[in-house]
Design a protein around this ligand. Structure first.
Ligand SMILES: [Zn+2]
Length: 580
């Protein structure tokens, strides 16, 4: 027995060590990503073993499973309010939004274990990590990414509603998105990371990086990320053996023509987090590199990010505070951006020579990259964006309570809202929707509007008791303005939240209205003049009886004022309101 005991202990230790290996590590060829069941049980085992980790479920996902957040806290504080009180930073890491791009899932499992096992959790940074965000897609395992070099099987991009969750952060159609927003607004991280795999051109790098587009990012945060954090991540990753380049979005067919910095508008995870003044990154490992290298690169990136956040925790906290204060007082807000093709930078790029040969499929020329011909050359980097649309914020927005989804999302995003104490007629600015473009076919379950033209009009509008007043003096002003202004690229209007105002409710029968209109024109000389002036300018109108009748109708008291009127009002002054 005495002899057996040490052997038994060694054996037990071995079993435990084995149990701590991730499914990826256990696989002989390292070409395997954990299944949903394996992910869940792996973290449950860690949580049983270590008290510096806690698993917290937030809401549910479209497939009915809860969204689980892994919280790592060195001093075992798992209350977000207390974490803030203790002046700790929060780093939020998202994995598996596209489950076919699973490096973050496997790398996070290894990293969490290593941090716990080696007692290496940072002192001043609480790490919050989503095990797998698109659980629905993760369960739908297969080989749907034809171009990707492993793993052997993986989840599907669409969730249970076939949504791409990385386009869902403003419209929040999925329960996954609403659970994510709950996590984000509960923990209020200062830094966010979203792990992905890229497709597109072939080149030498295992990993590419997207950071919040600098011209879209809060300038206070952009100063730190562009001068300190990002350069240091590039340097450290190169020292780890995973030299990175900015995400490769080719200007034309291949990177030789230059690459364009990616604009993550608010529908994307990091576009949404940027609206909350959170420093944000997306890792994009390259699809053709072996899976194990992609996993290890993701592991290293996260380790470096944690390390720098720990070192700079005081500074990052100060910058977040300053950015929040600046946004509270900011008056003008950008709503859309476009690449500045004239002002570009350059970067040294390690690519593969591209060429054309005859396709065995079509007999026509096809593109290929020759991995035996690596090159290093300087290419153009179009990383400057200019604002194409902007708006001055009002003092407050007034939102009728009828628009429940807007109200629910605002509540979820911790936006301070007041309610009118009684029915109130307000003199405020309303927008009439002049024109807009809508595609023929749906995109992510919506007919996304763009190129919205507006006619602002100062007018008196009656609002009802309980309608919402949202002052624009908040740290989340960007979320408020960019979602409520119809011209915002990812505004609620763009995503069809307000489409019912685009339909006319009443009309007339020509033969009846003819007599009414004739009387109107007799009584109202200014309307007569308005019609005559318009006819003089517009021959089409002059030649159409129907168009003239419609002109009189639209300018008559019978015409509905709510048609094409965007229902959210803009208070340009600050009247004393009776609020609940
Ligand atoms: Zn992706």
């Amino acid at each position: 027995m005495k002899r057996l005991l040490p052997a038994l202990l060694v054996c037990l230790f071995f079993v435990q060590a084995q149990a701590q290996l991730t499914p990826f590590e256990k696989s002989s060829d390292k070409n395997y990503t954990a299944t949903y069941a394996e992910i869940v049980s792996y973290y449950e085992n860690l949580a049983k073993q270590y008290n510096q980790v806690k698993l917290i479920n937030y809401g549910t996902t479209d497939v009915g499973k809860p969204l689980t957040l892994v919280v790592l806290s060195r001093n075992r504080v798992f209350d977000p309010a207390l974490v803030k009180k203790q002046d700790k930073r929060v780093l939020l890491i998202n994995n598996g939004i596209h489950p076919g791009e699973p490096e973050g899932i496997d790398a996070s499992m290894m990293l969490v274990r290593d941090l716990l096992k080696k007692n290496k959790l940072p002192k001043d940074v609480v790490i919050c990590l989503i095990e797998v965000y698109n659980i629905d897609g993760c369960l739908n395992r297969g080989v749907s990414r034809i171009n990707q070099n492993g793993p052997r099987a993986y989840g599907f991009r669409g969730n249970y509603r076939n949504l791409d969750l990385n386009r869902d952060f403003i419209k929040a159609d999925s329960r996954n998105a609403r659970a994510f927003e709950k996590i984000l607004n509960t923990w209020q991280p200062e830094v966010f990371l979203d792990n992905h795999t890229s497709d597109g051109a072939d080149y030498q790098y295992v990993m590419t990086l997207i950071e919040t587009q600098k011209d879209k990012q809060n300038p206070i945060l952009a100063g730190y990320t562009s001068k300190t954090l990002s350069p240091e991540l590039y340097t450290r990753m190169a020292a780890s053996g995973y030299e990175m380049t900015p995400y490769v979005e080719e200007r034309k067919a291949t990177p030789d023509s230059g690459i364009v910095s990616f604009l993550e508008t608010p529908r994307f995870a990091t576009g949404y987090t940027a609206q909350h003044n959170i420093i944000s990154y997306i890792t994009e490992t390259h699809m053709l590199k072996p899976f194990d290298k992609r996993v290890y690169a993701t592991y290293d990136f996260m380790a470096h990010l944690i390390d720098i956040c720990e070192r700079d925790h005081t500074l990052i906290g100060e910058l977040k505070h300053k950015a929040d204060e600046q946004v509270k007082n900011q008056t003008s807000f950008a709503l859309n951006w476009d690449v500045d093709w004239e002002h570009y930078d350059t970067l040294v790029f390690k690519g593969y020579a591209a060429g054309h040969k005859t396709s065995e499929v079509s007999g026509l020329p096809r593109l290929y990259y020759n991995e035996t011909k690596p090159y290093t050359k300087t290419i153009k980097y179009f990383d400057n964006y200019k604002v194409t649309t902007s708006v001055d914020k009002p003092v407050a927005y007034v939102i009728p309570q009828a628009w429940e989804k807007v109200i629910d999302l605002f509540k979820l995003n911790n936006i301070v809202m007041h309610r009118l104490a009684h029915d109130t007629t307000l003199d405020l600015q309303m927008y009439y929707i002049g024109d807009y473009k809508t595609p023929q076919r749906p995109y992510e379950g919506h007919y996304l509007h763009s190129d919205v033209k507006l006619s602002p009009m100062q007018m008196k509008v009656k609002f009802y008791q309980g309608d919402y007043v949202v002052y624009t003096n908040q740290a989340v002003n960007r979320y408020i303005v960019e979602t409520l202004e119809p011209q915002g690229v990812d505004s609620f209007f763009a995503w069809n939240f307000f489409d019912s105002v685009l339909g006319q409710k009443e009309g007339y029968s020509d033969y009846v209205f003819e007599d009414v209109a004739a009387n109107l024109l007799k009584k109202d000389t200014s309307l007569r003049k308005k019609l005559d002036d318009e006819k003089a300018k517009n021959p089409q109108l002059a030649n159409s009886a129907r168009a003239q009748l419609n002109f009189v109708y639209r300018n008559s008291p019978y015409f509905e004022k709510t048609y094409l009127r965007y229902p959210v009002g803009r208070l340009l002054t600050d009247p004393k309101l009776d609020l609940q």
